[in-house]
Design a protein around this ligand. Structure first.
Ligand code: PLP
Length: 403
């Protein structure tokens, strides 16, 4: 028998093998600049962190107790790919009340919003396709399609005297025939911009005409500071039928303070559900079963705590904006949604470097505007989901630093 040259088969033995590396599309992904700032703070004990998109409060006790009870009952097994029936039914009632009839077979439970965004993108786009996203934007919406090999073109919001605004004509021009998907997030992270119902209608009609999918990230829909009695920001679900090319992504993370639980959902055409089930199978198989049980309780008993949270967030937003407006070099507008102030700061032309310096020299943790796209440069993001006293302590640090 002829001797085989094993080195050509075994990369460990082969001297000519290329070094191990991830796919090019993955190597090209942007690393998180927020993490980079947080890393600059490692080892510094006294940092006030306002950089991540999360409240400093724990999940309400009745939701934690529901999960504990489910665990005690032994609720530790795989579930249906699309979620347990009681949760899909509860979501059907909840979404239906806010946005009109939404049968449970249009709803899939996911492992939070990020997973729902990935699944939605996997469902409708792929290599070589053209995706449009409105920025500044939480990076995941821009990077996820790139993982799949799609190319992403961005349309920037404009910043003016009244804050961030959409140039609708520019967006519609970018959504030219052949575009596969629009990724849009309102209320928006980081700017707090809220898309108006008229803008949604125009975009929806345009996308219908050209067969373009919309993935609407509405995870902040309840963190909306509209007129009294308005429980939610305008949603594409208010305008669209449930069977057209629209996938709405949502999450328990923000409105029920459940970031660490990893529970979310999407509303999508019935015709996608079988294929979505396969994707869930190959991504996560299902969301954790005891977490889903707690989700039912959050939906059924959580309205008062969500409304109280939104009232507190509104007060924190106003408190922080008023304090920042006093500082020299700060240009701050009060947005209508989400839980961030995204403000211009004189001297923040290199916001990443500035935020690293703020951590090291002032013990203040903010997110650099450039983390959300080039149009965010010159701005910094402050998550105000905490008590006013903590915000005051942060403002005092910023004031000292600027002085
Ligand atoms: C715009 C936006 N979408 C989706 C998410 C996803 O959150 P989660 O995966 O915790 O549901 C976030 C989190 O910060 C976000 O800011």
């Amino acid at each position: 028998m002829r001797d085989l040259d094993l080195s050509s088969l075994n990369p460990v033995l082969s001297s000519s093998a290329a070094p191990a590396s991830a796919r090019e599309a993955v190597q090209a992904l942007r690393a998180s600049q927020i993490r980079e700032v947080a890393n600059a703070g490692f080892g510094i004990a006294d940092v006030l962190p306002f950089w991540f998109g999360e409240s400093d409060r724990v999940t309400p006790a009745f939701i934690r107790e529901a999960a504990a009870q489910a665990l005690t009952r032994g609720d530790t097994f795989y579930t249906h790919n699309l979620g347990i029936a009681p949760l899909r039914d509860a979501l059907s009632r909840y979404v239906g009340e806010l946005h009109g009839a939404t049968p449970a077979d249009h709803i899939a439970v996911t492992s939070a919003g990020v997973n729902a965004l990935m699944l939605a993108a996997q469902l409708v786009t792929g290599a070589g396709e053209r995706v449009v996203a409105v920025t500044p934007l939480w990076p995941n919406l821009v990077e996820i399609p790139k993982i799949l090999g799609a190319s992403v073109e961005t349309v920037a919001l404009d910043y003016g005297a009244r804050g961030w605004a959409l140039d609708l004509d520019r967006l519609l021009a970018a959504l030219r025939p052949g575009t596969k998907l629009l990724m849009i997030n309102s209320p928006n992270n980081p700017t707090g911009w809220v898309m108006s119902r008229d803008e949604q209608r125009a975009v929806l009609e345009h996308c219908r005409r050209h067969g373009i999918w919309i993935v609407a990230d509405e995870v902040y829909e309840r963190l909306y500071y509209g007129a009294a009695g308005e429980r939610t920001a305008p949603s594409f679900l208010d305008l669209a039928s449930r069977d057209e090319r629209l996938i709405c992504v949502n999450s328990f993370s923000k409105a029920w303070l459940m970031t660490g639980w990893r529970l979310g959902w999407m509303v999508a055409p019935r015709a996608l559900m079988d294929d979505l089930g396969k994707l869930v199978e190959y991504n996560t198989s299902c969301a954790p079963s005891f977490v889903q049980q707690a989700g039912v309780v959050a939906l059924e008993q959580g309205e008062a705590s969500t409304q109280a949270l939104v009232a507190d967030l509104r007060a924190s937003r106003d408190h922080l904006a008023a304090a920042l407006a006093q500082l020299p070099g700060v240009d701050v507008k009060v947005p209508q949604g989400a839980m961030y102030l995204f403000f211009r700061l004189a001297g923040a032309q290199h916001s990443l470097e500035l935020c690293k310096a703020l951590v090291r020299e002032a013990g203040l943790g903010l997110a650099p505007g450039s983390a959300f796209g080039p149009e965010g440069e010159g701005f910094v993001r402050w998550c105000y989901a905490c008590d006013p006293e903590r915000l005051d302590a942060g403002v005092a640090r910023l004031t000292r630093y600027l002085a």
